[in-house]
Design a binder for this molecule. Sequence first.
Ligand code: GDP
Length: 247
Amino acid sequence: MTHHHKPASAAPRRPSRPAATDTAHAQELKRLHGWLHTARFLTTAPQLEHLPALDVPEIAFVGRSNAGKSTSINTLTQQKRLAFASKTPGRTQSINLFSLGKQGETDAVLADLPGYGYAAVPQEAKIRWQRVMANYLVTRENLKGVVLLCDPRLGLTELDEALLDVIRPRVQEGLKFLILLTKADKLTHAEAQKALSIARLQCGGGEARLFSALKKQGLDEVAQLLWQWTHEAPAAGDVEDEPEALD
Ligand code: GDP
């Protein structure tokens, strides 16, 4: 008679979230990751004018070269080689678009913009590229959000700041913005928290998150954000889908 039934209250379950909700939450996350996993190559554009005009929401991934952008995109979409960093000058200039959506229906697009700041790129090409990128960020009509990948050991560099200056007015008008601090596994907890609070101050109206492709940290949160950005109802005052007559 040594067997005791454990009272239900002794179960090591967080009291705030009953089992049914846990399951629903897990299913929701599974659905989101399944959605990201549908990512497939759409097109590549060597120049801005070659980018097709699209009416589905687009999210741009930007960051200095080596920030971990390709690794993060591949990890988020659970694909090995969707995005790959080409360190070859001249091959770094293209914008790659990936479609997202189940049953072959595209409901969002990810745009992988070339990494910047790579030392071996000639100055002239750097300046040309900065202009293309600025143009893209300012003029792309279906652009809903920007994810800036940043290695927290370096923090925001001059080029990241320049990019921030370019998008700040659009962020104030509702463009979503996320600073993703990559390679978080390389930081101690204290260093990570410090980097996060600095990034939160710098992201002006946007958000900041820690991310590690290696440790699969931050994936759920980013998946949730990307879904919300591309599927939330237009904000009040957003005239998309409204009759022409309003003015
Ligand atoms: P990109 O130039 O921004 O596309 O950067 P990559 O994705 O090529 O990553 C640059 C380097 O950082 C590579 O050596 C990656 O293996 C490494 N890296 C990327 N993400 C992580 C991560 O989460 N943890 C660690 N430890 N290394 C990472």
